[in-house]
Design a protein around this ligand. Sequence first.
Ligand code: AHM
Ligand code: MG
Length: 325
Amino acid sequence: MEQQRDYPEATGDFTGLLTQIALAAKIISREVNKAGLVNILGFTGEKNVQGEAVKKLDIFANEKMIDALTYSGHVCVMGSEEDAEPIALPPEVSRGNYVVMFDPLDGSSNIEAAITIGTIFSIHRRLSSGADGTLEDLLQPGHKQVAAGYVVYGSSTMMVYTTGQGVDGFTLDPSVGEFLLSHPNIRTPERGNTYSANEGNYQYWHPEMQRYMDHIHEKDPASKRPYASRYVGSLVADFHRTLLYGGVFLYPADSKDPKTPTGKLRLLYEASPLAMVIQAAGGKASTGTENILDVQPNKLHQRVPLVIGSRAEVELAEEFFQGNR
Ligand code: AHM
Ligand code: MG
């Protein structure tokens, strides 16, 4: 709301939209925090579009995001990691000009171990002219995002987002039920000697990634190598730590699953929004050869290799990926 005052032409729609996302996040946060207590955990027996087992809390989070956005009046179409197709609005609700994509509960394989998980969101303006948004509205490159962010359900619940001008973090104060500005203008360190990758995939990585990893493991005190390893296996948690402390997170292409040769993470629900956040905080996100924000999506559930974090660390990895080292 404070930033809205800087834009006299602002209608308040965007603020309204973020408020609805924050509302969904509060509801999801409440359920995540009592996940061990209620009978909401466990497999539903269904598979999501990625072919992975879906837990009940994923579905709950997905429904809350869809409901909060559907009735906001600010959205024309949505896309969710849990839904194969674009999510249209029911006929009776009013339409708005925003397009929202989200991963309602990322890292959900960690729920039963009480490990940090999160919700990621990406907001675009619609391109199409009809009342309802279309697939074309969802398939926009990351540099067209008007805002992006995530909510991390960890030892505290935090919402971090950017509209392109700086990154702010808000911590949920459970006693008042509001997100309070706790981390204004987050800047990611230029360098960081921490890396985050699933090294169990080493044999499946391409030689460039293997050589990069071997380099990171070498002893060279001048460049603070070997780097420290941190890997939660929950993207929001690994990203949030990297954003605040610096370092690099990598999920490269690998040959583990022939169905997903370009890596595991999804461009529209994961890589692109986090890329907007890191870039606004002074960091960088890359496929290894291309800025993530420049990748033109051609399908909703497209996957991309992701190298993200401190600018100097991403550029070091890029040198290897591009065969210059
Ligand atoms: P999900 O959306 O099904 O939860 O999968 C995405 C998660 C990310 O949170 C995490 O970075 C990655 O999968 C971990 O993958 P892996 O187990 O291959 O290391
Ligand atoms: Mg995910």
